[in-house]
Design a protein around this ligand. Structure first.
Ligand code: TNX
Length: 527
Protein backbone atom coordinates (compact mmCIF):
# COMPACT_ATOMS: atom_id res chain seq x y z
CA UNK A 1 0.00 0.00 0.00
CA UNK A 2 2.81 2.34 0.96
CA UNK A 3 4.47 1.51 -2.31
CA UNK A 4 1.39 2.38 -4.33
CA UNK A 5 1.00 5.63 -2.39
CA UNK A 6 4.59 6.44 -3.30
CA UNK A 7 3.76 5.81 -6.92
CA UNK A 8 0.74 8.05 -6.78
CA UNK A 9 2.89 10.83 -5.34
CA UNK A 10 5.54 10.20 -7.93
CA UNK A 11 3.10 10.29 -10.82
CA UNK A 12 1.33 13.31 -9.41
CA UNK A 13 4.57 15.24 -9.07
CA UNK A 14 5.68 14.15 -12.52
CA UNK A 15 2.35 15.31 -13.90
CA UNK A 16 2.63 18.56 -12.00
CA UNK A 17 6.15 19.24 -13.16
CA UNK A 18 5.15 18.56 -16.75
CA UNK A 19 2.20 20.90 -16.50
CA UNK A 20 4.26 23.59 -14.79
CA UNK A 21 6.75 23.29 -17.63
CA UNK A 22 3.91 23.82 -20.05
CA UNK A 23 2.51 26.67 -18.07
CA UNK A 24 5.72 28.66 -17.84
CA UNK A 25 8.30 27.84 -20.44
CA UNK A 26 7.68 28.86 -24.00
CA UNK A 27 11.22 28.85 -25.30
CA UNK A 28 11.82 28.73 -29.07
CA UNK A 29 13.90 26.84 -30.05
CA UNK A 30 13.19 24.09 -27.52
CA UNK A 31 16.29 23.47 -25.34
CA UNK A 32 17.91 20.04 -25.06
CA UNK A 33 16.95 19.79 -21.42
CA UNK A 34 14.78 21.95 -19.21
CA UNK A 35 13.81 21.29 -15.61
CA UNK A 36 11.43 23.53 -13.71
CA UNK A 37 12.62 24.75 -10.33
CA UNK A 38 10.75 26.24 -7.39
CA UNK A 39 9.70 29.86 -7.23
CA UNK A 40 11.01 32.63 -9.41
CA UNK A 41 13.69 35.26 -9.68
CA UNK A 42 12.76 38.94 -9.83
CA UNK A 43 15.06 41.19 -11.80
CA UNK A 44 15.25 44.56 -10.11
CA UNK A 45 16.35 48.01 -11.12
CA UNK A 46 20.10 48.51 -10.69
CA UNK A 47 20.68 44.75 -10.69
CA UNK A 48 24.27 43.82 -11.44
CA UNK A 49 25.13 41.77 -14.51
CA UNK A 50 28.44 40.14 -13.57
CA UNK A 51 30.68 39.28 -16.52
CA UNK A 52 34.19 38.07 -17.32
CA UNK A 53 36.31 39.94 -19.82
CA UNK A 54 35.19 37.46 -22.50
CA UNK A 55 31.48 37.84 -21.77
CA UNK A 56 31.48 41.61 -21.27
CA UNK A 57 30.05 42.42 -24.74
CA UNK A 58 27.23 39.93 -24.12
CA UNK A 59 26.56 41.55 -20.74
CA UNK A 60 26.31 44.93 -22.45
CA UNK A 61 24.00 43.46 -25.07
CA UNK A 62 21.70 42.19 -22.30
CA UNK A 63 21.92 45.54 -20.51
CA UNK A 64 20.85 47.34 -23.73
CA UNK A 65 18.06 44.86 -24.31
CA UNK A 66 16.63 45.34 -20.81
CA UNK A 67 16.88 49.07 -21.13
CA UNK A 68 15.36 49.32 -24.61
CA UNK A 69 12.50 46.90 -24.06
CA UNK A 70 11.64 47.39 -20.37
CA UNK A 71 13.32 50.68 -19.50
CA UNK A 72 15.22 48.79 -16.80
CA UNK A 73 18.62 50.15 -15.77
CA UNK A 74 21.22 47.56 -14.83
CA UNK A 75 24.96 47.71 -14.21
CA UNK A 76 27.56 45.58 -15.94
CA UNK A 77 30.55 44.71 -13.74
CA UNK A 78 33.65 42.82 -14.87
CA UNK A 79 35.18 40.20 -12.55
CA UNK A 80 37.84 37.51 -12.80
CA UNK A 81 35.57 35.32 -10.75
CA UNK A 82 32.01 36.57 -10.52
CA UNK A 83 30.76 36.59 -6.87
CA UNK A 84 27.95 34.12 -6.26
CA UNK A 85 25.63 36.82 -4.92
CA UNK A 86 25.60 38.72 -8.24
CA UNK A 87 22.06 38.91 -9.66
CA UNK A 88 22.94 37.78 -13.19
CA UNK A 89 26.21 35.97 -13.84
CA UNK A 90 27.56 35.40 -17.35
CA UNK A 91 30.41 32.97 -16.82
CA UNK A 92 32.91 32.20 -19.50
CA UNK A 93 33.75 28.54 -19.00
CA UNK A 94 35.64 26.26 -21.28
CA UNK A 95 33.49 23.85 -23.26
CA UNK A 96 34.32 21.88 -26.34
CA UNK A 97 30.67 21.73 -27.33
CA UNK A 98 30.30 24.69 -29.64
CA UNK A 99 27.52 27.11 -28.70
CA UNK A 100 26.56 25.04 -25.62
CA UNK A 101 25.46 26.67 -22.38
CA UNK A 102 23.85 25.94 -19.05
CA UNK A 103 21.49 28.25 -17.22
CA UNK A 104 20.32 28.12 -13.60
CA UNK A 105 17.54 30.38 -12.47
CA UNK A 106 16.84 30.31 -8.72
CA UNK A 107 14.92 32.82 -6.60
CA UNK A 108 18.33 34.30 -5.71
CA UNK A 109 20.02 34.68 -9.09
CA UNK A 110 20.49 33.76 -12.74
CA UNK A 111 23.67 32.06 -13.80
CA UNK A 112 24.59 31.36 -17.43
CA UNK A 113 27.78 29.50 -18.32
CA UNK A 114 29.39 28.59 -21.60
CA UNK A 115 31.92 29.93 -24.00
CA UNK A 116 31.54 32.41 -26.85
CA UNK A 117 28.21 31.99 -28.55
CA UNK A 118 27.06 29.66 -25.75
CA UNK A 119 26.64 32.51 -23.24
CA UNK A 120 24.87 34.58 -25.90
CA UNK A 121 22.41 31.74 -26.51
CA UNK A 122 21.86 31.40 -22.77
CA UNK A 123 20.98 35.10 -22.71
CA UNK A 124 18.47 34.50 -25.54
CA UNK A 125 16.86 31.75 -23.48
CA UNK A 126 16.66 34.17 -20.57
CA UNK A 127 15.06 36.80 -22.83
CA UNK A 128 12.45 34.21 -23.83
CA UNK A 129 11.51 33.85 -20.15
CA UNK A 130 10.95 37.58 -19.58
CA UNK A 131 7.43 39.06 -19.63
CA UNK A 132 5.90 39.95 -23.00
CA UNK A 133 4.84 43.43 -22.00
CA UNK A 134 6.55 46.41 -20.52
CA UNK A 135 5.56 45.05 -17.13
CA UNK A 136 7.53 46.70 -14.34
CA UNK A 137 8.07 43.38 -12.58
CA UNK A 138 10.50 41.18 -14.45
CA UNK A 139 9.76 37.79 -12.98
CA UNK A 140 11.59 34.74 -14.31
CA UNK A 141 10.53 31.20 -13.38
CA UNK A 142 13.19 29.12 -11.67
CA UNK A 143 14.63 26.44 -13.92
CA UNK A 144 17.73 24.61 -15.05
CA UNK A 145 18.57 24.46 -18.74
CA UNK A 146 21.35 22.56 -20.51
CA UNK A 147 21.44 23.24 -24.19
CA UNK A 148 23.34 23.06 -27.45
CA UNK A 149 22.42 23.16 -31.14
CA UNK A 150 21.72 20.20 -33.37
CA UNK A 151 23.14 21.84 -36.52
CA UNK A 152 25.93 24.37 -37.06
CA UNK A 153 24.15 26.04 -40.01
CA UNK A 154 20.89 27.65 -38.99
CA UNK A 155 20.21 30.04 -41.81
CA UNK A 156 17.93 32.69 -43.17
CA UNK A 157 18.44 34.51 -46.46
CA UNK A 158 17.51 38.00 -47.60
CA UNK A 159 17.21 39.10 -51.22
CA UNK A 160 18.07 42.81 -51.33
CA UNK A 161 18.31 42.91 -55.12
CA UNK A 162 14.65 42.70 -56.12
CA UNK A 163 13.84 45.30 -53.51
CA UNK A 164 16.48 47.18 -51.61
CA UNK A 165 16.39 47.09 -47.80
CA UNK A 166 18.14 49.75 -45.75
CA UNK A 167 20.93 49.11 -43.24
CA UNK A 168 18.47 49.58 -40.37
CA UNK A 169 16.00 47.14 -41.91
CA UNK A 170 18.76 44.58 -42.41
CA UNK A 171 19.93 45.03 -38.82
CA UNK A 172 16.44 44.47 -37.48
CA UNK A 173 16.21 41.28 -39.54
CA UNK A 174 19.53 40.05 -38.10
CA UNK A 175 18.57 41.10 -34.60
CA UNK A 176 15.37 39.06 -34.58
CA UNK A 177 16.99 36.00 -36.16
CA UNK A 178 19.65 36.07 -33.43
CA UNK A 179 16.91 36.06 -30.78
CA UNK A 180 15.96 32.63 -32.09
CA UNK A 181 19.54 31.35 -32.21
CA UNK A 182 19.72 31.42 -36.01
CA UNK A 183 23.36 32.00 -36.92
CA UNK A 184 23.80 32.35 -40.68
CA UNK A 185 22.54 35.38 -42.59
CA UNK A 186 22.70 34.76 -46.33
CA UNK A 187 22.84 38.18 -47.98
CA UNK A 188 21.76 37.96 -51.65
CA UNK A 189 23.56 41.11 -52.78
CA UNK A 190 23.36 40.94 -56.58
CA UNK A 191 20.81 39.84 -59.14
CA UNK A 192 19.21 40.97 -62.40
CA UNK A 193 17.20 43.73 -60.73
CA UNK A 194 20.02 45.41 -58.82
CA UNK A 195 23.65 45.34 -57.69
CA UNK A 196 23.82 46.33 -54.01
CA UNK A 197 27.44 46.32 -52.87
CA UNK A 198 30.05 49.01 -53.47
CA UNK A 199 33.02 47.76 -55.48
CA UNK A 200 35.77 50.38 -55.78
CA UNK A 201 37.29 49.01 -58.95
CA UNK A 202 33.99 49.03 -60.84
CA UNK A 203 32.06 52.11 -59.71
CA UNK A 204 29.37 51.74 -62.38
CA UNK A 205 28.10 48.62 -60.55
CA UNK A 206 26.54 50.90 -57.99
CA UNK A 207 26.32 54.16 -60.00
CA UNK A 208 24.24 52.36 -62.63
CA UNK A 209 23.65 48.79 -61.45
CA UNK A 210 21.97 49.82 -58.21
CA UNK A 211 19.49 52.11 -60.00
CA UNK A 212 17.86 49.57 -62.25
CA UNK A 213 14.29 50.64 -61.48
CA UNK A 214 15.22 54.26 -62.28
CA UNK A 215 16.50 53.14 -65.69
CA UNK A 216 13.49 50.89 -66.16
CA UNK A 217 11.15 53.82 -65.54
CA UNK A 218 13.03 55.84 -68.16
CA UNK A 219 12.67 52.97 -70.61
CA UNK A 220 16.44 52.41 -70.72
CA UNK A 221 16.15 48.99 -69.04
CA UNK A 222 13.56 46.33 -69.67
CA UNK A 223 10.27 46.66 -67.80
CA UNK A 224 10.62 45.07 -64.35
CA UNK A 225 7.51 42.97 -64.81
CA UNK A 226 8.61 40.40 -62.26
CA UNK A 227 8.31 42.92 -59.47
CA UNK A 228 5.16 43.83 -57.61
CA UNK A 229 6.00 47.52 -58.13
CA UNK A 230 8.80 49.59 -59.61
CA UNK A 231 11.34 48.23 -57.19
CA UNK A 232 13.43 50.14 -54.71
CA UNK A 233 16.93 51.30 -55.64
CA UNK A 234 19.97 51.56 -53.41
CA UNK A 235 23.24 50.01 -52.37
CA UNK A 236 25.48 49.56 -49.35
CA UNK A 237 28.78 51.41 -49.05
CA UNK A 238 31.71 49.45 -47.68
CA UNK A 239 31.43 51.29 -44.37
CA UNK A 240 27.79 50.30 -44.13
CA UNK A 241 28.65 46.68 -44.87
CA UNK A 242 31.34 46.72 -42.16
CA UNK A 243 28.79 48.19 -39.78
CA UNK A 244 26.31 45.39 -40.53
CA UNK A 245 29.05 42.74 -40.17
CA UNK A 246 29.98 44.11 -36.74
CA UNK A 247 26.33 44.23 -35.72
CA UNK A 248 25.91 40.60 -36.77
CA UNK A 249 29.12 39.52 -35.06
CA UNK A 250 27.87 41.03 -31.79
CA UNK A 251 24.93 38.64 -32.18
CA UNK A 252 27.01 35.63 -33.21
CA UNK A 253 25.56 35.74 -36.70
CA UNK A 254 27.83 34.93 -39.64
CA UNK A 255 27.12 36.66 -42.92
CA UNK A 256 27.26 34.67 -46.13
CA UNK A 257 27.54 37.16 -49.02
CA UNK A 258 26.24 36.05 -52.41
CA UNK A 259 27.56 37.39 -55.70
CA UNK A 260 25.56 35.78 -58.52
CA UNK A 261 27.22 34.21 -61.56
CA UNK A 262 27.09 33.17 -64.37
CA UNK A 263 23.31 33.83 -64.65
CA UNK A 264 21.15 36.39 -62.82
CA UNK A 265 23.75 39.04 -63.79
CA UNK A 266 21.69 41.56 -65.71
CA UNK A 267 22.41 44.54 -63.44
CA UNK A 268 26.17 43.97 -63.68
CA UNK A 269 25.95 43.56 -67.46
CA UNK A 270 23.85 46.73 -67.78
CA UNK A 271 26.67 48.58 -65.98
CA UNK A 272 29.49 46.83 -67.87
CA UNK A 273 28.07 45.54 -71.18
CA UNK A 274 31.32 43.79 -72.01
CA UNK A 275 30.40 41.15 -69.40
CA UNK A 276 27.33 40.05 -71.33
CA UNK A 277 27.07 36.97 -73.44
CA UNK A 278 27.35 37.93 -77.15
CA UNK A 279 26.23 35.86 -80.11
CA UNK A 280 28.23 35.32 -83.27
CA UNK A 281 26.80 38.47 -84.88
CA UNK A 282 28.08 40.50 -81.95
CA UNK A 283 24.56 41.23 -80.73
CA UNK A 284 23.69 40.73 -77.09
CA UNK A 285 21.06 38.02 -77.09
CA UNK A 286 20.61 37.28 -73.41
CA UNK A 287 21.62 40.09 -71.16
CA UNK A 288 21.32 37.97 -68.04
CA UNK A 289 24.21 35.65 -68.86
CA UNK A 290 27.89 36.37 -68.39
CA UNK A 291 30.18 35.58 -71.29
CA UNK A 292 32.86 33.10 -70.13
CA UNK A 293 35.58 35.49 -71.34
CA UNK A 294 38.89 36.43 -69.74
CA UNK A 295 37.42 39.90 -69.17
CA UNK A 296 34.60 38.32 -67.14
CA UNK A 297 36.93 36.11 -65.07
CA UNK A 298 39.20 39.05 -64.29
CA UNK A 299 36.17 41.16 -63.39
CA UNK A 300 34.74 38.52 -61.06
CA UNK A 301 38.10 37.92 -59.40
CA UNK A 302 38.47 41.66 -58.79
CA UNK A 303 34.95 41.83 -57.35
CA UNK A 304 35.49 38.79 -55.14
CA UNK A 305 38.81 40.19 -53.91
CA UNK A 306 36.95 43.22 -52.56
CA UNK A 307 34.14 41.07 -51.16
CA UNK A 308 36.65 38.81 -49.40
CA UNK A 309 38.41 41.82 -47.89
CA UNK A 310 35.11 42.83 -46.28
CA UNK A 311 33.58 39.57 -45.07
CA UNK A 312 35.41 37.42 -42.50
CA UNK A 313 33.19 34.38 -43.17
CA UNK A 314 35.03 31.38 -44.64
CA UNK A 315 32.21 30.83 -47.16
CA UNK A 316 31.38 32.89 -50.25
CA UNK A 317 28.19 32.12 -52.21
CA UNK A 318 28.59 32.48 -55.97
CA UNK A 319 25.00 31.70 -56.99
CA UNK A 320 25.05 29.34 -59.95
CA UNK A 321 21.26 28.97 -60.21
CA UNK A 322 19.10 29.16 -63.32
CA UNK A 323 21.88 30.06 -65.75
CA UNK A 324 20.59 30.17 -69.32
CA UNK A 325 23.44 27.96 -70.45
CA UNK A 326 22.16 27.30 -73.98
CA UNK A 327 23.09 30.91 -74.73
CA UNK A 328 26.72 29.90 -74.58
CA UNK A 329 26.28 27.65 -77.62
CA UNK A 330 25.85 30.83 -79.69
CA UNK A 331 28.69 32.75 -78.04
CA UNK A 332 31.99 32.72 -79.96
CA UNK A 333 33.85 33.09 -76.64
CA UNK A 334 32.12 30.05 -75.16
CA UNK A 335 32.50 27.99 -78.35
CA UNK A 336 36.24 28.75 -78.47
CA UNK A 337 36.53 27.89 -74.79
CA UNK A 338 34.79 24.55 -75.34
CA UNK A 339 37.24 23.70 -78.08
CA UNK A 340 40.28 24.76 -76.11
CA UNK A 341 39.26 23.01 -72.89
CA UNK A 342 37.59 19.98 -74.56
CA UNK A 343 34.22 20.75 -72.98
CA UNK A 344 31.44 18.67 -74.47
CA UNK A 345 28.37 20.65 -73.43
CA UNK A 346 27.18 23.98 -72.07
CA UNK A 347 26.88 22.30 -68.66
CA UNK A 348 30.57 21.57 -68.78
CA UNK A 349 31.16 25.24 -69.58
CA UNK A 350 29.31 26.11 -66.39
CA UNK A 351 31.30 23.55 -64.45
CA UNK A 352 34.52 25.02 -65.88
CA UNK A 353 33.34 28.51 -64.90
CA UNK A 354 32.52 27.53 -61.31
CA UNK A 355 35.70 25.48 -60.89
CA UNK A 356 37.80 28.43 -61.98
CA UNK A 357 36.10 30.66 -59.46
CA UNK A 358 36.50 27.95 -56.82
CA UNK A 359 40.24 27.78 -57.48
CA UNK A 360 40.45 31.53 -57.04
CA UNK A 361 38.47 31.42 -53.78
CA UNK A 362 40.61 28.58 -52.44
CA UNK A 363 43.74 30.61 -53.20
CA UNK A 364 42.27 33.22 -50.84
CA UNK A 365 41.37 30.60 -48.22
CA UNK A 366 37.67 30.86 -48.89
CA UNK A 367 35.19 28.10 -49.61
CA UNK A 368 32.62 28.19 -52.38
CA UNK A 369 28.89 27.73 -51.83
CA UNK A 370 26.52 27.42 -54.79
CA UNK A 371 22.93 26.52 -55.61
CA UNK A 372 22.40 22.89 -56.61
CA UNK A 373 22.69 23.59 -60.36
CA UNK A 374 26.46 23.62 -59.81
CA UNK A 375 26.25 19.81 -59.75
CA UNK A 376 25.55 19.87 -63.49
CA UNK A 377 28.56 19.19 -65.69
CA UNK A 378 30.66 18.14 -62.67
CA UNK A 379 30.77 19.56 -59.17
CA UNK A 380 33.73 21.71 -58.11
CA UNK A 381 35.94 19.71 -55.77
CA UNK A 382 35.33 21.46 -52.46
CA UNK A 383 31.98 23.13 -53.13
CA UNK A 384 29.18 23.27 -50.58
CA UNK A 385 25.77 22.79 -52.17
CA UNK A 386 22.61 24.65 -51.28
CA UNK A 387 19.80 22.33 -52.26
CA UNK A 388 16.84 24.43 -53.34
CA UNK A 389 15.15 22.45 -56.13
CA UNK A 390 13.91 19.90 -53.63
CA UNK A 391 16.34 17.66 -51.80
CA UNK A 392 17.75 15.67 -54.73
CA UNK A 393 20.78 17.91 -55.31
CA UNK A 394 21.64 17.92 -51.64
CA UNK A 395 21.31 14.17 -51.37
CA UNK A 396 23.51 13.63 -54.45
CA UNK A 397 26.13 16.04 -53.10
CA UNK A 398 26.19 14.41 -49.63
CA UNK A 399 26.65 11.02 -51.29
CA UNK A 400 29.67 12.53 -53.05
CA UNK A 401 30.93 13.71 -49.65
CA UNK A 402 30.25 17.38 -50.23
CA UNK A 403 28.82 19.63 -47.58
CA UNK A 404 25.16 20.52 -48.01
CA UNK A 405 22.72 23.10 -46.71
CA UNK A 406 19.10 22.06 -47.18
CA UNK A 407 16.78 24.83 -48.45
CA UNK A 408 14.21 22.84 -50.46
CA UNK A 409 11.55 24.93 -52.16
CA UNK A 410 8.52 22.90 -50.99
CA UNK A 411 9.34 23.66 -47.33
CA UNK A 412 11.84 26.46 -47.01
CA UNK A 413 10.59 29.15 -49.39
CA UNK A 414 9.10 32.09 -47.57
CA UNK A 415 8.14 33.95 -50.73
CA UNK A 416 5.32 31.40 -50.96
CA UNK A 417 2.04 32.36 -49.26
CA UNK A 418 1.64 30.88 -45.76
CA UNK A 419 -1.97 29.78 -46.13
CA UNK A 420 -4.78 29.77 -48.68
CA UNK A 421 -3.61 32.04 -51.49
CA UNK A 422 -6.89 33.98 -51.61
CA UNK A 423 -6.39 35.22 -48.07
CA UNK A 424 -2.70 36.01 -48.30
CA UNK A 425 -0.59 38.59 -50.12
CA UNK A 426 0.52 37.48 -53.56
CA UNK A 427 3.52 35.15 -53.55
CA UNK A 428 5.37 32.59 -55.64
CA UNK A 429 4.62 28.88 -55.66
CA UNK A 430 2.02 26.88 -53.69
CA UNK A 431 1.56 27.80 -50.01
CA UNK A 432 4.16 26.78 -47.43
CA UNK A 433 2.54 26.67 -43.98
CA UNK A 434 4.50 26.95 -40.73
CA UNK A 435 3.52 23.34 -40.06
CA UNK A 436 5.19 22.24 -43.31
CA UNK A 437 8.36 24.07 -42.34
CA UNK A 438 8.28 22.61 -38.83
CA UNK A 439 7.83 19.04 -40.04
CA UNK A 440 10.74 19.23 -42.45
CA UNK A 441 13.67 16.95 -41.59
CA UNK A 442 17.06 17.97 -43.10
CA UNK A 443 18.70 14.58 -42.58
CA UNK A 444 17.11 12.65 -45.42
CA UNK A 445 16.38 8.96 -44.88
CA UNK A 446 18.09 8.30 -48.19
CA UNK A 447 21.48 8.97 -46.62
CA UNK A 448 23.63 6.62 -44.58
CA UNK A 449 24.81 7.78 -41.17
CA UNK A 450 28.20 8.70 -42.60
CA UNK A 451 26.64 10.68 -45.47
CA UNK A 452 24.31 12.45 -43.04
CA UNK A 453 27.36 14.09 -41.49
CA UNK A 454 27.63 16.21 -44.64
CA UNK A 455 24.33 17.97 -43.96
CA UNK A 456 25.47 21.18 -42.27
CA UNK A 457 21.93 22.31 -41.54
CA UNK A 458 19.01 24.09 -43.13
CA UNK A 459 17.93 27.56 -44.16
CA UNK A 460 14.77 29.50 -44.94
CA UNK A 461 14.89 31.60 -48.12
CA UNK A 462 12.97 34.69 -49.12
CA UNK A 463 12.92 36.23 -52.60
CA UNK A 464 11.60 39.72 -52.74
CA UNK A 465 10.09 40.23 -56.18
CA UNK A 466 6.72 40.56 -54.44
CA UNK A 467 7.95 41.92 -51.12
CA UNK A 468 8.19 45.69 -51.44
CA UNK A 469 8.95 46.81 -47.87
CA UNK A 470 10.26 45.74 -44.46
CA UNK A 471 6.83 45.28 -42.88
CA UNK A 472 5.81 42.90 -45.62
CA UNK A 473 9.17 41.14 -45.35
CA UNK A 474 8.69 40.54 -41.64
CA UNK A 475 5.19 39.24 -42.33
CA UNK A 476 6.46 36.73 -44.90
CA UNK A 477 9.38 35.42 -42.86
CA UNK A 478 7.77 35.12 -39.41
CA UNK A 479 6.54 32.93 -37.88
CA UNK A 480 7.95 30.46 -40.43
CA UNK A 481 11.53 31.30 -39.42
CA UNK A 482 10.67 30.20 -35.87
CA UNK A 483 10.08 26.72 -37.27
CA UNK A 484 13.49 26.83 -38.98
CA UNK A 485 15.03 27.85 -35.65
CA UNK A 486 13.52 24.91 -33.81
CA UNK A 487 14.19 22.31 -36.48
CA UNK A 488 17.85 23.33 -36.80
CA UNK A 489 18.57 23.83 -33.09
CA UNK A 490 16.48 21.38 -31.09
CA UNK A 491 17.06 17.62 -30.79
CA UNK A 492 15.03 15.60 -33.25
CA UNK A 493 13.23 13.80 -30.42
CA UNK A 494 12.05 17.14 -29.00
CA UNK A 495 9.95 17.82 -32.09
CA UNK A 496 6.41 18.46 -30.88
CA UNK A 497 4.19 20.45 -33.20
CA UNK A 498 1.46 21.08 -30.64
CA UNK A 499 3.87 22.45 -28.09
CA UNK A 500 5.55 24.48 -30.82
CA UNK A 501 2.21 26.00 -31.85
CA UNK A 502 1.54 27.01 -28.26
CA UNK A 503 5.03 28.47 -27.86
CA UNK A 504 4.74 30.29 -31.19
CA UNK A 505 1.54 31.95 -30.05
CA UNK A 506 3.45 33.08 -27.01
CA UNK A 507 6.00 34.91 -29.17
CA UNK A 508 3.48 37.52 -30.29
CA UNK A 509 3.97 39.62 -27.20
CA UNK A 510 7.66 39.72 -28.01
CA UNK A 511 7.06 40.69 -31.63
CA UNK A 512 4.86 43.49 -30.33
CA UNK A 513 7.57 44.56 -27.90
CA UNK A 514 10.08 44.57 -30.75
CA UNK A 515 7.68 46.33 -33.11
CA UNK A 516 8.05 43.50 -35.58
CA UNK A 517 5.26 42.63 -38.00
CA UNK A 518 5.05 38.83 -37.82
CA UNK A 519 2.00 37.18 -39.33
CA UNK A 520 -0.46 35.82 -36.80
CA UNK A 521 -0.92 32.16 -37.61
CA UNK A 522 -4.35 30.58 -37.59
CA UNK A 523 -4.21 29.18 -34.13
CA UNK A 524 -6.98 29.34 -31.64
CA UNK A 525 -6.91 32.20 -29.20
CA UNK A 526 -4.48 34.46 -31.02
CA UNK A 527 -5.58 38.03 -30.83
C1 TNX B 1 14.36 31.07 -58.24
S1 TNX B 1 15.68 30.06 -55.68
C2 TNX B 1 15.46 31.79 -57.84
C3 TNX B 1 15.28 33.19 -57.42
C4 TNX B 1 13.88 33.66 -57.65
C5 TNX B 1 12.93 32.60 -57.19
C6 TNX B 1 11.49 32.99 -57.21
C7 TNX B 1 16.87 30.44 -56.57
C8 TNX B 1 18.16 29.87 -56.25
N1 TNX B 1 16.67 31.23 -57.63
O1 TNX B 1 16.20 34.01 -58.11
O2 TNX B 1 13.67 34.82 -56.94
O3 TNX B 1 13.10 31.47 -58.01
O4 TNX B 1 10.76 32.08 -56.45
Amino acid sequence: KILSFKYIVLFASLFLSVTTVNAQFHIIPQPVSLTAGKGSFVLNKNAVIGVNKETEPIGKYLQDYLNQNYGLQTTVKVFDKIPANTAIRLNNVWSNAESAYTMHVTPASVSISGNGAGVFYGVQTLIQLLPRDKSPVLKISACTVADQPRFGWRGLSLDVSRHFFTVDEVKKYIDVMAHYKLNTFHWHLTDDEGWRIQIDKYPRLTEVGSKISYYAKRGEFRKLDNLIDDGRDGFYTKDEIRDVIKYAQDRFVTILPEIEMPGHSEAAIFAYPQLGCQDSTGAKHRVRMLDPSEYTFKFMEDVLTEVIALFPNQYIHIGGDEAEMVDWLKSPTAVALMKREHLKSEKEVQSYFIKRIEKFLLSKNKRLVGWDEILQGGLAESATVMSWQGEAGGIAAAKMHHHVVMTPLPYMYFDAPQANEDLEPIGWNPPVTWQMVYNYEPQSKELTNAETEYILGAQGNIWNEKVPNAQHLQYMVYPRALAVAELTWSPKNEKDIERFGWKMKNQYGLFKLWNFNARLPDIEGVD
